[in-house]
Structures are given as structure tokens and as C-alpha cells.
Design a protein. Structure first.
Lengths: 653, 103, 498
């Protein structure tokens, strides 16, 4: 325990313990007996956790500290023997508090609390209420444990736990085959990339023998990694960085491993809001951000990060323009924004600025996207379907939701004044500063596309004529109750204000102070102001285009040339085919046949060999004494000759 | 008379007995073959004893043993033959398969 | 100290209690099947308590002794002419495995409470089997070990052949013939050592340096023999057939603890006594072990029978044990032992759950099962947890073992072992595919294929929750167990470094 922290070292433990206790109590006692009580307990626990995080974070963020604080830690595992040539390897678990983890702690616990609160109403009629409020605190615990982790192994442990929660929550309605398929898909794709993460972890473990984050990102470790010989012409540091990146690739749904995220929308909407847009999917970005000092020393990893991020951002934005499902559009939007974040991280030339921009975008995007999903939840709960083609004119019945939704849309579009503007601007500037000029321009264009599809989504949902399907519903169905709207309003306020608030604050408090010690490059000259104006203009153009197209009468037919984009370049089909081919058509049957027809057959054929010889030998044993005697006479003569021969040879005669 | 000629007689007798046992199909003839082989061995025993290759008493004692055992054996065997003859009127060896395992 | 050293009775009791129970059950009339079960439960509880006490004593007291010395060490002359002793002694590895055996025995008795068909013979045989297994873990004499090992085989044959399901006679025959083959290898190895040194004392044999030629020839013989028992690829085929045909409690015991005798033998006899031989042969066996990990997972993917899926999953997981041992460093040996513990609990848990499903639905074919989560939610939830434990989710014991073993392999800085570690890593994906495929096929779906069946009763819930709880304990805070294992293996590591 660090004495200088006083009460907060104790309190920081409870940030994690509160949701965990809620999970245990609900899982064992309350979940199936009194779901209502379980829901209340979970919400209270996350509220406490959020409160504690904020109380701890605010004073700590005022202090200038050169490296992370570890308020508590314990030794989790020790491998190897002391005083032996194979040095020992210790893994400890604990909390590592620095700017990044403090911001993430506050963000995760706060959003988790809001979503819990929202779910009190949203899930109240569901049969699985108790189960829901068992899994959601578990997720909160896991996510908090991950962002505050003091050790890479701890990150991995909670990373997997978060993945398991995501799997359970996507397949929450386990009676729906589509939900089950989606949950399997999500788990398989992420576990595929987790294998690479684990490989990177092992590589680092073997090289450094100490996976504490403070040690891993220290200058000495980086020097050591850079100096140790690599293989295939790539340094060990680059290998580790690349492996971690692939690990992040699946979790953060980068192209082409993004295919699980749109399907994951089969889960309840609060889950989509918390896990699959605001917090869990940024785990990959968080991992990369956490190890930025390491990554910055690997040019290849940086380039790959940047390229993958930009490709993902552009691709997902294009696909989102041609979707009809309200949640799928938001999912593709999430994929696109995650691409932005990694794109920013990859702009190594900009040094600190890139890092700042990326973390800032995590922050602003989380508020906006979480709120958009909660609004979508209100819409879906009112009309009971997700299809945009059947929607329209909902702004009249759900006015507050409509306003909040537009705030989110404008923020993510990068309209000046909203929080998204600041982070997007920072990203574009970071790219320009790293002399990635073309990439910066592309990012600006993608921003235009984003504003187009988001505006399209808002227009089709809340404006225009009311569809006849929903006019049949009674007006009482549309409700903007207190419990629903409170989180939405809070998030809307944050989306509006966070930009002003944090733009200054992030620069002054968070970046500069914390990363003095890190060997990140200096900021170069700022990008030309014209770039910002161009970005604003492109975003405005996107909005106007959407207005022009979707104000008028509805056309529900998409042009033929957009079919590949509607289907996400058929990547899902491709993945499905590959899965079938590899697991069920090729390798699976191959191993099965090998085991059955070669190994097992060899074992069974031993039996056959004995039978064969037995059948042959049996013919001599026909029961005729005379044959036996004949054979034994011959045998005797034979033995006699042999004995005679050997005795003569050895001179024993 | 020397040992070699005695052994030759004994070997011939044993060969005839072996052939008789292996080749004849009648059970009595086969028994006679066995008897001839035993007698050949008796000649051997007595011959070795006579020419001092073993203890002087050992050969005749073994010979007497064999004669006694052979007569007992013959008594049992012939009794079986007689009862077989009563039952089946068939003394050919290849047909005596009652105790044989089922194949 | 004197109560601990030179006193063999606590260890002798551990195999004497089951043996005596088997006798007592034989004397009880057949009609009193309930009292037979209560006697069994009582005896299993006694064994469990004894094992817990022993484990506590060894784990707390072993640091007072030199590492590598055995506790409760005693040597009683048995066949003086042949230099055979009844020699006992435990360290933390054997005592932990003994505890695992006691836990699984206890759980197995509870699970087979509904055994009505020839219950007297059933429980007698189970306890003879348990007696043999306990005996193996406490003895340090090669001959006595072999004897106890043979004792386990006879009840195994009868338990599968009489009480099993499916093609049980063939499975029992296959299992026994292959295990006898394994015994032949083991005996050859032991006799080879005996011929060279005139001693069956493993303690003595590991303290001296045997000639290299001897080590070179005996090591593969012993490792193969124990490898068959530990389902080393490609000699694993007895285990899917045998474990799938066996009744639930027997599957639990065989896969959970009997298979571990193989790993235990590899560690205690092959590697500890023949470190130089191990250094030569380890890479070849590591290749086989990884082939087992990979092939086991892929074959499990194509299986339809729940028990076969778990049996092939066991092959895959046991491959990890031997792969760890073949790394020949502290991390690998400790990881292998840890995996034995974790996998023992896990596979017993899964077999118990499959037993419950089978008792309710009378089928184990996953194509005939769906939506069971609606009718038996407790089994569904626990099965899902067990599945996640099987695919190496952190928080369960398996992950710790996996991490340690892979670290050990990677640590060798050696191209082959790195490639093998990567191959073993790739099996994780396959594992997640077959586990989730099985879980979804059986438990999720619109409605249950067997509506109206009863969920697990309290008697079934207790062992299941206990096993899950232990897996969680191993996964949440592995340090104490791992430290204890390290203390026991440090002399082996020293011998290997020599």
C-alpha cells in the first residue's frame, strides 16, 4: 500500500470489489429468487464504483506524477525457482493508476452505472432480469479490472473475462438461434485474435521476465527489447507489438475481423450500448494506448496500426450508408470510429499528440455512442422492430429522444461545438503532423461519410411521414419515462459539454503531466488551419446531402451497385465458408479420419493379426494324436540336429 | 557283439515302431507301434548298462519299470479298445473324434 | 518431527481404508443396497478427511525440510532377497494428487447413488480401484508402485465390462490390453534399472547418477509406458473408447485421476531418475505431446457423443501435461503438475454433468439434444462454466497451467520448442470451437428436446458445485498451490540442470 495515497488506496480496491460483490451475491442468491432486488443491488454497486472512481481520479489528476501509482498489488503467481539459471517469473495483480487508467476507470464505471440504471426500466419485463443483472456487474468488474491492470497478464485475464461476458450477453436470449450464432461468432473471432495476444504476452514474458506495466514501458526495457536479436529481419520489439496489435484487432473489431460486431447487436440494447460501443470494444485501443511507448519504437507496427485503422474507418463508414437496421448502422459506425482511434495511435510522427487524440476520441465517442444506443433502445422498445424502412416520424412521439439523438449525430459528425469535433480535429491534425497528408485527407472524407449516414439514420427514424405499421400502435406505447431518459439526458449534456470541458483540461492536465517521462516525440507545428475548415465543410456537406436525399418521399430500394457494400463485401459469407471448410470439411474430417482409420485402426488390427495367426495355427491342431506325434518326431530330430551342430561347434563334445 | 550293433537294432526297432504309430490307422496297430518304440528304448537302456556306460543296476531297473508301466498302460488301452469296439465297431483312429474340440 | 518422519501409517491408511471398505461391502448382504451406499460415502469421506489432513500437514511442514525430502518416509523390508521394500513417502505433488483422488472418489460415490444394478459389486470394485490409486501415490518403491498400478487394472476391466454402456466389452478389452502393454513397458524399465543397480528404491536411484547408456535406453521405455497411461498420442485410443463406455463415476475416476498416474510416473520415475536420458529424448516426446494437443482438439470437433467429446478433450489437455514435462524446466514441470490437478477436477466435473444429462435423456448424442437450458437450467449453467474452464478461460485452473506450460516451452529459446508452443496455442481456437459448438447444440434453442425432465438434485449439485469451486480457487489464486509444487520439483530441476 502506498501511504501517500491515504484513503484512496483502500477505496481503489473497492472500485473493483463493489461490482464483483454484486455479481457474487446476485449469481448465488438474488438472481433467480428476486430479480428486482438483484437489479437494485447491481445498480447501487456500480453507482458506488463510479462515485469512488471519480472521487479518486479528481485529486490524483491534479498531481503531476511521472509514472503510474500502484495503490495495492499482490503476487498472483510465481513460476520458476530462485537461484537457478532459469530465473523466476513473477506475476502480480494490482492497480496501476495513471492518466489513462484513471480516465478509463471513471468512464467505464460511470457509463456502466448509467446503463444499469437505464436497464432497470428496459429489462424489467424480461424473464432473464436476474441473469442480466448478474452478468452486467461481472462485466463492469472485468472491464474495470482490465483498464486498471498493473500487469500484462492481468490485462489478458480480464480481457478474456470481458470476452466471456460479451459472449454471454450477446447470447442472452439463448432461445433465439440468431443470437446464439452471433455469440459464437463473436467468441470465436475474438479468441482467434486472443491467441496472438497470448503469443505476444509470452514473447514479452520470456524476454523481460517482468510483465508489470511500469517495467514494460520503461526506457530500459524498450532498449533491451530493441537490442535483442529478432528473427526474419524483424526485431523482437516489433514482433511483440505486432502480436499485441493482432490481439487488439479482433477485440476492437478492425477490418476484416470486424464481422462479429454488427451481429453482436442481437444482444439486448443496453448491452450493445455498454459493451459493443462504449467500453468493451475500445479494449483493443486501450491496449495499444497502454503500450504506446513500446509501439512507438516499432515503425512497422505503427504503420500497420495506422493503415488498419484508416481502412476500417473508411470501409465501415461506406457500409453503414447502406444498412437498414438501426442497430447495425450504429455498430458499423462504432467500427468506423474504432478505426479512427487506432488510426490516430498509428500516427507515430506526431508523438504525444496522436496518443492524446486517440484517448480523447475514446472519451468523446463513448458518451455519444452510448447515448445513441440508449436512444435506439427507446425507439425499439416503443415500436418493437429495428428496421428503418418501417420507421419515420417518431420525433413527434419521442421528442426528447429525438433531440438527444441529433446531439449524438452532430457530435460524431464533427460539427463544431460538439465534443466529437474536438477529438476528430485532433486526430486529423495528428495525421497531418506525422506527414501522413493523404491519410489525413482521407480521414476528413470519411468524416463526411460518417455525417451522411448518421444524418440518414436520424432522418429516417425521427422525421418524415409516419409508417402505417407503427400508426397501428397505441400512443401509450411510446414512453419517455424518467428512468429511461435520465441517463440519456446526462449523456447528451456530456456530449455537448465534454468537448469544451476536456479539450482544455486534457491538454493541460492529462497529457502533459503524465507523459513527461515517456520518450514520446515533441509536438510539431500545428496543421494548417485550413484543414480544420475543410473538415467542417466536408462534415456539413455530408449532413446536407443526407437532408437533400432523405427529406423527401421514401425510397426503400438501394442502387444495385451498392449490393457488395450492403453485404459488407460478403466478408460474413467468406468467413462462414472458411469456417465450414476448415473446421467441418477439411481439417476436422482429416484429423478425424487420421485418428479413426490410421491410429485406431492400427490398434484394432493388432487384434486381427492375432486372429490371423491363430486361424492358421489351429489347422495343425486337428485332434489327431498321430499328427501331433509326427510333428513332434520331426521337431525332435530337428532339435537333435541343431544341438549336435552347436555342441560340435563349441567343442563341448 | 558290441554297443553299436545293439544301438542299431534298437534304432531300427524304434523307427519301425514310430512308422507303425504314425502310419497305421487301426488303433491296435498304433498301440503295437508304441510298444515297439518302448521296447527299443529298453534295449538301449540294457545295452548301455551292459557296456558299462552307466551304473550296472540302473539299466535293468529302468527296463523293469518300463515293462511294468507298459503292461499297465496296455491293460488300460486294450480295455478302452474293447469298449470302443463294443460301442461303435470302428477302431480307425481318424474316426475317433468324440473328445475333440469343436472347430 | 518424529511423527512425520519414519511414520508410514498415515500413508498406509490412505490405501488401507478403501481396501478395507471393499472387504466390508463384500460382507454386507446384497439386499441392503442403501447401507452399502452409506458405507461407501462414509469411507470416501474418511479418505477425503485423511487426504485433507495429509495435504495440510505436508504443505505447511515441507518448508521445514530440505526440498526433495519426502515426508512420512518409512522403509519396511518386504522381500529382502530381492531387495524389495514397502517404502512410503510423499511430497506436495503426490499429496495433492492424492487429495484430488479423494475428492473425485467422494464426488463419484455421490454421483452413483442411483446405482441399483449389482451395486454391491460396483462399490467394491470402485474401492479396490481407489485403493490401488492411493497406493501408487504414496509408495517410493518401484516394485510396490508397479503392484498398486496393476491392482487398478482389474477392477477397471470389470467396471467397464459389467456396468458400462455401448460397446462396453470391446472397450474394456481395449483399455485393459493397452494398459497392460503400458505395464509391460513400465516393468521392463523398472527391471532394467533393477538389473543395473540391484535396487527398486526410487529415492536411492534418483540420488545416484546412473550411467548415460542406461538412461538413454531406459528413459523412452518408461516414458512410453507411462505415456500410454497418460494418453500420449498416438497411444491414446484406449482412453476415448474406455472412458466413454464406463459408467459415470468410473469415467470420472479414470479420466480424473487414473490417467494422472501416467503423468505422475513420467515425472517421479522417468524424469527424476533419468535426467540425462530425459534431456536426449524430451524433444521427440514433446512433438508427440503437441500432436496429441492438436489432434485431440480437432478430433473432438467431429464427435457426436458427449462422452467422446470430453474424452478427446482429455487427450488434448493431457497432452499439455506431458508437453510441460518435456520442457524440462521448473515452469514446465510445475505447469504440467498444475494441469494434472486442474484437468482432473475439470474432466470429473464434465463427466458428472454428462452423467446427469444421460440419466435424464437416455442419450448422449448431441444431435438428439437441444434447448436443455429450458428444462435443466442448473446443469446448463454449470456445464457452460465447465466448458469455459475447458477452453482455458482465465479464472479457472486450466488457464494458469496453460500459461505456465506455454511460457516454459517458449522460454527454452529454441526453434522447435517455440514452434511447438505456437502449435499448442493454435489448439486454443479449435478448443473454443468444439466446446461452444457442443454447448450450443445441447443447451440453447427455442425449446427443449426433453421437456419436463428433472434438474439436478441436491445430491448431484453438491459434487458439481464443489468441483467448480475448486477450479475457481485454483484459477483465482494459484500461488499457494504453485509454490508447493515448485518446492517438490526443485530437486528434479536441479538434477536436470546438472
Amino acid at each position: 500500500m502506498n501511504d501517500s495515497l491515504g484513503w484512496s488506496s483502500q477505496a481503489s480496491l473497492w472500485i473493483l470489489l463493489l461490482p464483483f460483490c454484486a455479481f457474487v451475491v446476485n449469481g448465488i442468491f438474488l438472481g433467480h429468487r428476486s430479480p428486482k432486488l438483484a437489479a437494485g443491488l447491481a445498480t447501487l454497486a456500480t453507482a458506488g464504483s463510479a462515485l469512488l472512481s471519480i472521487c479518486i481520479a479528481i485529486p490524483l489528476l491534479q498531481v503531476k506524477f511521472l509514472q503510474g501509482i500502484i495503490p495495492w498489488s499482490f503476487e498472483w503467481l510465481q513460476i520458476g525457482i530462485e537461484n537457478s539459471p532459469q530465473a523466476e517469473f513473477q506475476i502480480s495483480m494490482g492497480m496501476y493508476l495513471d492518466g489513462l487508467s484513471l480516465v478509463m476507470l471513471c468512464l467505464v464505471s460511470f457509463l456502466s452505472f448509467l446503463v444499469h440504471f437505464y436497464s432497470l426500466a428496459y429489462m424489467q419485463e424480461d424473464k432473464g432480469l436476474g441473469r442480466f443483472f448478474t452478468l452486467l456487474p461481472l462485466f463492469t468488474f472485468a472491464m474495470l479490472g482490465m483498464v486498471a491492470a498493473s500487469n500484462l497478464v492481468q490485462i489478458f485475464v480480464f480481457w478474456e473475462l470481458v470476452g466471456a461476458c460479451s459472449y454471454f450477453l450477446i447470447g442472452f436470449w439463448f432461445h433465439k438461434p440468431s443470437a446464439i450464432r452471433a455469440s459464437k461468432k463473436a467468441f470465436w473471432i475474438t479468441s482467434f485474435s486472443d491467441v496472438f495476444f497470448l503469443a505476444g504476452l509470452l514473447l514479452l514474458a520470456v524476454e523481460t521476465r517482468d510483465l508489470n506495466i511500469a517495467h514494460l514501458i520503461s526506457a530500459e526495457t524498450i532498449q533491451q527489447l530493441l537490442q535483442s536479436p529478432g528473427f526474419w529481419g524483424i526485431s523482437r520489439l516489433s514482433w511483440a507489438a505486432m502480436l499485441l496489435l493482432i490481439g487488439a484487432w479482433g477485440k476492437s473489431a478492425l477490418f476484416p475481423l470486424h464481422i462479429w460486431l454488427p451481429d453482436a447487436m442481437e444482444g439486448p440494447t443496453p448491452v450493445s450500448s455498454l459493451l459493443h460501443s462504449a467500453t468493451m470494444v475500445v479494449a483493443g485501443v486501450f491496449l495499444m494506448a497502454r503500450f504506446t511507448p513500446l509501439l512507438q519504437n516499432s515503425q512497422i507496427a505503427m504503420t500497420v496500426t495506422m493503415t488498419a485503422g484508416l481502412t476500417t474507418a473508411a470501409f465501415a463508414a461506406l457500409v453503414a450508408c447502406f444498412q437498414w437496421d438501426i442497430k447495425r448502422i450504429l455498430a458499423f459506425s462504432t467500427v468506423s470510429q474504432l478505426g479512427y482511434m487506432l488510426f490516430a495511435l498509428g500516427c507515430s510522427g506526431a508523438g504525444l499528440l496522436a496518443y492524446q487524440a486517440s484517448v480523447f476520441h475514446i472519451f468523446t465517442h463513448a458518451f455519444a455512442k452510448c447515448m445513441l444506443f440508449l436512444c435506439a433502445g427507446v425507439v425499439i422498445h416503443s415500436i418493437h422492430f429495428n428496421d428503418l424502412r418501417k420507421m419515420g416520424g417518431l420525433g413527434k412521439t419521442l421528442p426528447l429522444t429525438c433531440i438527444a439523438f441529433w446531439i449524438g449525430v452532430l457530435s460524431l459528425s464533427g460539427v463544431p461545438g460538439f465534443s466529437g469535433f474536438f477529438s476528430k480535429e485532433a486526430i486529423v491534425q495528428a495525421a497531418w503532423n506525422s506527414s501522413y497528408h493523404w491519410q489525413a485527407v482521407t480521414a476528413v472524407m470519411v468524416g463526411g461519410i460518417s455525417s451522411f449516414y448518421l444524418a440518414r439514420l436520424a432522418l429516417l427514424t425521427f422525421h418524415g411521414p409516419t409508417d402505417q405499421n407503427q400508426s397501428k400502435l397505441s400512443p401509450s406505447k411510446y414512453k419517455e419515462s424518467f428512468v429511461w431518459m435520465t441517463p440519456i439526458v446526462i449523456l447528451a449534456a456530456l456530449t455537448l459539454g465534454a468537448g469544451w470541458l476536456s479539450h482544455q483540461w486534457f491538454e493541460k492536465q492529462f497529457y502533459i503531466k503524465l507523459f513527461d517521462s515517456l520518450s514520446l516525440g515533441e509536438n510539431h507545428a500545428a496543421a494548417p488551419a485550413a484543414l480544420v475548415y475543410v473538415a467542417i465543410a466536408v462534415a456539413g456537406l455530408g449532413l446536407l446531402l443526407a437532408l437533400a436525399i432523405f427529406r423527401g418521399p421514401r425510397r426503400h430500394k438501394l442502387p444495385t451497385w451498392s449490393h457488395p457494400l450492403q453485404n459488407g463485401l460478403y466478408l460474413d459469407t467468406l468467413a462462414e465458408t472458411m469456417y465450414q471448410l476448415v473446421f467441418h470439411k477439411f481439417l476436422g474430417p482429416l484429423f478425424y479420419a487420421f485418428d479413426k482409420w490410421i491410429i485406431d485402426a492400427a490398434v484394432n488390427s493388432c487384434n486381427q493379426i492375432f486372429h490371423f495367426f491363430a486361424r492358421y495355427m489351429r489347422q495343425w491342431h486337428n485332434g489327431q494324436v498321430q499328427r501331433y506325434a509326427f510333428v513332434s518326431a520331426i521337431g525332435f530330430v530337428f532339435l537333435f540336429i541343431i544341438a549336435h551342430f552347436f555342441l560340435t561347434q563349441s567343442g563341448m563334445r | 557283439m558290441n554297443l553299436a550293433s545293439l544301438l542299431l537294432v534298437s534304432a531300427l526297432l524304434f523307427g519301425i515302431g514310430l512308422f507303425g504309430f504314425l502310419a497305421r490307422r487301426n488303433i491296435i496297430a498304433a498301440l503295437i507301434g508304441i510298444e515297439l518304440m518302448l521296447n527299443a528304448s529298453i534295449i538301449n537302456l540294457v545295452a548301455f548298462s551292459r557296456f558299462g556306460h552307466t551304473d550296472a543296476a540302473a539299466g535293468p531297473v529302468f527296463a523293469l519299470f518300463i515293462i511294468a508301466i507298459t503292461s499297465a498302460e496296455m491293460a488300460v488301452a486294450l480295455a478302452l479298445v474293447v469298449s470302443l469296439h463294443r460301442k461303435s465297431h470302428d477302431l480307425r483312429l481318424e474316426n475317433l473324434t468324440k473328445l475333440r474340440d469343436v472347430q | 518431527m518424529n511423527a512425520i518422519n519414519g511414520n508410514h501409517w498415515p500413508l498406509t491408511l490412505s490405501w488401507l481404508i478403501p481396501a478395507f471398505t471393499a472387504l466390508v461391502i463384500l460382507l454386507v448382504p446384497k439386499a441392503l443396497s442403501t447401507s452399502i451406499k452409506w458405507i461407501s460415502l462414509l469411507s470416501a469421506s474418511l479418505s477425503l478427511i485423511l487426504s485433507i489432513v495429509l495435504t495440510t500437514v505436508v504443505l505447511t511442514k515441507q518448508t521445514l525440510f530440505d526440498s526433495g525430502s519426502y515426508l512420512f518416509n518409512a522403509k519396511i523390508s518386504w522381500f529382502p532377497a530381492l531387495n524389495i521394500y514397502y517404502q512410503t513417502g510423499v511430497d506436495s505433488v503426490s499429496v495433492l494428487l492424492g487429495l484430488l483422488a479423494a475428492i473425485i472418489l467422494w464426488a463419484g460415490v455421490l454421483v452413483s447413488w442411483k446405482q441399483e444394478h449389482r451395486s454391491k459389486e460396483f462399490f467394491t470394485l470402485i474401492f479396490i480401484l481407489a485403493s490401488g490409486v492411493f497406493g501408487c501415490f504414496i509408495t517410493l518403491d518401484l516394485f510396490t508402485f508397479f503392484l498398486f498400478n496393476e491392482i487398478t487394472l482389474i477392477p477397471t476391466y470389470l467396471l467397464i465390462g459389467i456396468f458400462g454402456s455401448g460397446n462396453k466389452e470391446k472397450a474394456a478389452m481395449k483399455l485393459n490390453l493397452m494398459l497392460f502393454l503400458a505395464s509391460a513397458f513400465i516393468l521392463t524399465g523398472f527391471l532394467g534399472l533393477y538389473a543395473a543397480t540391484g535396487s527398486f528404491d526410487s529415492n536411492y536411484l534418483s540420488s545416484i547418477t546412473l550411467p548415460f547408456e542406461l538412461q538413454y535406453w531406459i528413459f523412452p521405455v518408461l516414458f512410453l509406458g507411462f505415456g500410454v497411461l497418460g494418453a500420449l498420442f498416438p497411444l491414446h485410443t484406449w482412453s476415448p473408447d474406455g472412458h466413454s463406455s464406463a459408467p459415470t463415476a468410473v469415467s470420472m475416476f479414470l479420466a480424473g485421476i487414473h490417467m494422472k498416474l501416467g503423468g505422475y510416473g513420467c515425472l517421479r520415475f522417468a524424469i527424476q531418475m533419468l535426467p540425462e536420458g530425459a534431456a536426449v529424448w524430451a524433444d521427440s516426446f514433446a512433438v508427440l505431446a503437441v500432436l496429441g494437443i492438436v489432434a485431440g482438439a480437432w478430433v473432438a470437433l467431429k464427435q457426436k457423443d458427449l462422452k467422446y467429446i470430453n474424452a478427446y478433450s482429455s487427450v488434448s489437455h493431457c497432452g499439455l501435461v506431458l508437453f510441460g514435462f518435456c520442457s524440462l524446466n521448473a515452469a514446465g514441470l510445475a505447469g504440467g503438475v498444475f494441469q494434472m490437478l486442474a484437468h482432473g477436477l475439470l474432466t470429473a466435473l464434465i463427466f458428472a454433468l454428462i452423467g446427469i444429462v444421460y440419466a435424464r435423456t437416455h442419450t448422449r448424442n448431441i444431435d438428439q439434444l437441444h434447448g436443455l437450458m429450458h428444462s435443466i437450467p442448473f446443469v446448463g449453467v454449470t456445464f457452460t462454466l465447465a466448458g469455459l474452464a475447458a477452453l482455458g478461460l482465465p479464472g479457472f485452473g486450466g488457464f494458469v497451467a496453460e500459461l505456465t506450460v506455454l511460457f516454459a516451452a517458449w522460454q527454452r529459446h529454441y526453434l522447435l520448442s517455440t514452434i511447438l508452443a505456437i502449435l499448442a496455442l493454435s489448439a486454443i481456437v479449435v478448443t473454443s470451437v468444439y466446446i461452444l459448438r457442443m454447448l450450443h447444440q445441447v443447451f440453447s434453442g427455442e425449446k427443449s428436446s426433453h421437456p419436463g425432465i428433472l434438474d439436478a438434485t441436491l445430491r448431484e449439485k453438491i459434487p458439481i458445485l464443489g468441483l467448480i469451486g475448486l477450479l475457481l480457487v485454483l484459477g483465482f489464486y494459484p500461488k499457494p498451490v504453485m509454490d508447493a509444487i515448485h518446492h517438490a520439483i526443485s530437486p528434479i530441476v536441479k538434477a536436470l540442470e546438472r
